[in-house]
Write a protein that binds this ligand. Structure first.
Ligand SMILES: O=C(O)[C@H](O)[C@@H](O)[C@H](O)[C@H](O)CO
Length: 428
């Protein structure tokens, strides 16, 4: 199905993150992050893989910027590595770290590609984790200092800012079930990490605006929750969607989680609900849930979503879930700022990646459908430009429009690269 016409000023982009592509983890004065520690811990990452080299973007960024130029994107969403800019997570900026991002930003501006900078894509400095990490309120204050440094140094070239990528994943996968760094399995006792991240978001918005940032938003991952039993559906919806959206967009928390939040949380809500210029959404798949079949610590259990094609990463392909989500956000949040799809993509193998083209085509169709019903969507960013390090799954899942040979680090555009370039060209 030909991709429908999007507005002429619609933003076409691609996304990546520092830890997943940069490599050079011990170069340029970079400090250790929780993910360096996690990948060095046996049994945490498939096949014992790590991101010490990853796609070597740290050295090959000119080639990657040239690929984006060839692709014709308007914007590139990447993340700054906090441990590269502040190796211990506090104190003065690391000049070599700043210099690396200066080089990258200058190359992007030279190529006419708008930089979209995420301040935190999960690589928290290990030194802060040793002091409690996101379980500690102080980390939010340290994050504000980091945001001020980044704003002062880069706000002249960065077009859009995103303080945190998917705080939900850090809280639930990092502190709740321990599947991601820092690998803690606190279950619902992980919820204070959500509040401290949201406080960090609010503090960073203020720091970035003082530094002259033009446009500030979010990149929250959201999934419509499906199930026949309303109780587990509402609870999971509160846990993965509303816990991270309501405080930012309504200035309140879902009632059902109040007793899990730190004392005095309400005093922080005005700072957390700082007005935004856009609301970024990462979408991959809906979630299905049911009541637990045996007593356990959680009032729900996940259930498989059947009857859909699957990606090589085990995700069901449900394009209409994206339309459903956009309409839900539009209806649920009256003062919702314009939306950007800050991530959407899939893992499939091979250079001739027809399934990826079909996936992106169908999801763009879903976005357009939501727009025709009045949802204000301004841009779309494919995850990802390059195959990269897929966290605890290592390098097996391939999400890139560009294939990466991890032996030679050679980049090879896939069929989806040419397809997306055509979409961008046609949308004019
Ligand atoms: O959404 C996420 O989980 C992250 O932002 C990305 O870092 C992932 O790599 C991507 O989504 C594929 O799973």
């Amino acid at each position: 199905m030909p991709v429908p016409r999007f507005p002429a000023d619609f933003v076409w982009g691609v996304s990546t993150s520092a830890f997943q592509i940069e490599g050079g983890t011990s170069e340029g004065g970079r400090g250790r992050s929780v993910w360096d520690t996690f990948t060095a811990t046996p049994g945490r990452v498939a096949r014992g893989e790590n991101a010490d080299v990853a796609t070597d973007h740290y050295h090959r960024y000119p080639e990657d910027v040239a690929l984006m130029s060839e692709l014709g994107v308007d914007a590139y969403r990447f993340s700054l590595a906090w441990p590269r800019i502040q190796p211990e997570g506090r104190g003065p900026a690391n000049p070599e770290g700043i210099a690396f991002y200066d080089r990258l930003l200058d190359a992007l501006c030279e190529a006419g590609i708008e930089p979209v900078a995420t301040l935190h894509h999960w690589d928290t400095p290990q030194a802060l984790e040793d002091d409690g990490g996101w379980l500690s309120r102080d980390t939010a204050e340290r994050f504000a200092d980091y945001a001020a440094i980044a704003g002062e140094r880069f706000a002249d070239r960065v077009k859009m800012w995103i303080p945190l990528n998917e705080p939900m994943v850090t809280s639930i996968f990092g502190y709740g079930i321990g599947e991601y760094a820092p690998g803690k399995a606190l279950l619902l006792d992980a919820i204070p990490t959500a509040h401290h991240q949201l406080l960090a978001h609010g503090r960073a918005v203020a720091a970035l605006r003082s530094a002259g940032a033009r446009t500030v938003g979010t990149a929250n991952n959201h999934s419509p929750v499906r199930g026949d039993d309303p109780e587990p559906v509402e609870f999971l919806d509160a846990l993965i969607n509303r816990l991270f959206a309501d405080p930012v967009l309504l200035g309140s928390y879902p009632e059902v989680l109040h007793d899990r939040l730190p004392d005095g949380f309400a005093d922080d809500l005005p700072s957390i609900a700082a007005p935004l210029d856009f609301y970024g959404v990462n979408y991959y798949e809906p979630m299905a849930v049911r009541a637990p079949r045996s007593p356990g610590p959680l009032p729900f259990e996940l259930s498989p979503l059947e009857g859909f094609p699957m990606t090589t990463n085990g995700s069901p392909v449900v394009p209409d879930g994206l339309r459903e989500l956009l309409v839900l956000l539009h209806e649920r949040y009256p003062d919702l700022p314009p939306l950007h799809i800050t991530e959407n993509g899939c893992s499939f193998d091979g250079i001739h990646d027809t399934e990826r083209i079909e996936f992106l085509d169908a999801h763009l169709g879903a976005v357009h459908e939501a727009m025709t019903t009045g949802v204000d969507v301004r841009g779309y960013f494919v995850w990802s430009l390059l195959d990269n390090f897929e966290w605890s799954k290592g390098y097996a899942p391939r999400f890139g429009l560009v294939h990466v040979d991890y032996d030679t680090l050679a980049r090879t555009p896939k069929d989806s690269f040419a397809w997306y370039r055509g979409v961008i060209e046609r949308s004019g």
